[in-house]
Design a protein around this ligand. Structure first.
Ligand code: PMP
Length: 400
């Protein structure tokens, strides 16, 4: 039986992690993984999360019952307010549907299935490059995908002209997968002016925005700044679907904490959408996991903890931008050929360095620096101990 089975090739990012783990050099630097590290190079449990865990542990009411089908209701409401803003008309007019998902990945998947069901002839437009899982998730839901150039390798900036041209010629009714902030992997977001231009064309051509928001608060250190694009589209009157992840901004990677939020024209449509989201959850995961949602919920319900969370976010984003500045400063000191200012103009977890695949392979061999093939480096993997070696590796490889 199963004579049709073949070996599924290993995901390159997990293969790279395996190679790093097998590397015995004390100088090995892992810049492949998209998870925050402190200046000591170790995973960081947010202090606010530690406090919330203690509160949960002491709560005599806490139990291990199933959550409702839509997930933890108060968590969902708070998640919607987080992305839309407390006083968003969509919140006040109850024009939104929010359900708890298996983190950002699960929110993407439920959104993909929702589109497959209610926009069955739509094509999904994704940026090239994008987060490696986008294509897989939307293909798995049976939706046709078109990639368009987002990164201009010559200028190491957004190919905004191509973005606009793609919008102008896209099939009507198409879905555009947009990164709410800190585009993965390039770290480059449109300016407000550019978002406006994008929205203008999308509005006139009846295109559907789908936002993937995996870095709110983690990117700039400010929750409102990072939510700007989503809020702008909502204010302009679009039906917006948004996938939220709490992996990065709460450091809850393994707890799989996420939310799918849809904003619609009126309360009735939102109610129907929510019932459909819940149905799609029922036939995939039944009930979302409780622990991470409870932790986030405890923080959201306590003003002092929210303040502390914001400080924790600042700490992470500040450390990352300091590492960006340090890399650029070291490359300037080394008189490394080329302009490296894109490293500090990019935001979020990653820098899209512009190094080529052979260069990435060469610095892995010689300097034990692990980055993904396309030259993406997690800035969170850098710290005061290893940043000089990283800069030296880059300097060496561009000269050779
Ligand atoms: N979308 C983007 C753009 C991401 O970078 C990530 C995390 N790497 C996710 C979604 C989802 O992550 P998770 O499922 O851990 O929330």
């Amino acid at each position: 039986g199963y004579s049709n089975l073949t070996l599924q090739p290993e995901d390159s990012i997990f293969r790279l992690f395996g190679e790093f783990m097998a590397d015995s050099s004390p100088d090995a630097i892992n810049l492949s993984i998209g998870a925050y590290r402190g200046n000591d190079g170790k995973p960081w449990v947010l202090p606010v999360v530690k406090k919330a865990k203690e509160i949960l542990l002491r709560d005599p009411q806490a139990n291990h019952e199933y959550l409702p089908l839509e997930g933890l209701t108060s968590f969902n409401e708070a998640a919607a307010k987080l992305i839309l803003g407390e006083n968003s008309p969509a919140i006040l007019e109850k024009r939104y549907a929010a359900v708890q998902t298996v983190s950002g990945t699960g929110a993407n998947r439920i959104a993909a299935e929702f589109f497959a069901k209610f926009r069955p002839s739509a094509t999904v437009y994704i940026t090239n490059p994008t987060w490696g899982n986008h294509k897989k998730i939307f293909m798995a839901a049976g939706l046709p995908i078109i990639e368009y150039e987002y990164w201009n390798p010559k200028t190491r900036s957004i190919n905004h002209a191509q973005v606009l041209a793609t919008l102008k010629t896209a099939l009507p009714g198409s879905i555009f997968l947009l990164h709410a902030c800190a585009h993965n992997p390039t770290g480059l977001d449109p300016t407000h002016r550019q978002w406006q231009e994008i929205a203008d064309i999308m509005e006139s051509r009846n295109l559907n925005p789908f936002f993937d928001c995996a870095y709110q608060g983690f990117a700039s250190g400010d929750l409102d700044t990072d939510a700007w694009a989503v809020r702008y589209f909502v204010v302009r009157g679009f039906n917006v679907i948004c996938a939220q992840s709490f992996s990065k901004n709460f450091g809850l990677y393994a707890e799989r904490t996420g939310c799918l939020v849809g904003i619609f024209g009126d309360e009735e449509v939102a109610r129907m959408a929510k019932s459909q989201f819940a149905y799609l959850l029922r036939c995939s995961i039944s009930h979302a996991p409780g622990f991470g949602a409870n932790i986030v919920d405890i923080v959201f319900k306590n003003e002092a903890l929210v303040r502390e969370w914001k400080e924790n976010l600042k700490e992470m984003s500040t450390r990352i931008s300091q590492m960006r500045e340090k890399v650029v400063q070291l490359l300037v000191e080394l008189k490394t050929p080329g302009d490296w200012s894109h490293i500090t103009s990019q935001i979020g977890m990653f820098s899209y360095t512009g190094l080529t695949m052979p260069q990435v392979a060469a610095i892995k061999m010689k300097f034990h620096v692990y980055m993904t093939d396309e030259g993406r480096a997690s800035m969170a993997g850098l710290n005061e101990k290893n940043v000089e070696n990283f800069a030296k590796a880059v300097d060496w490889v561009v000269r050779n």
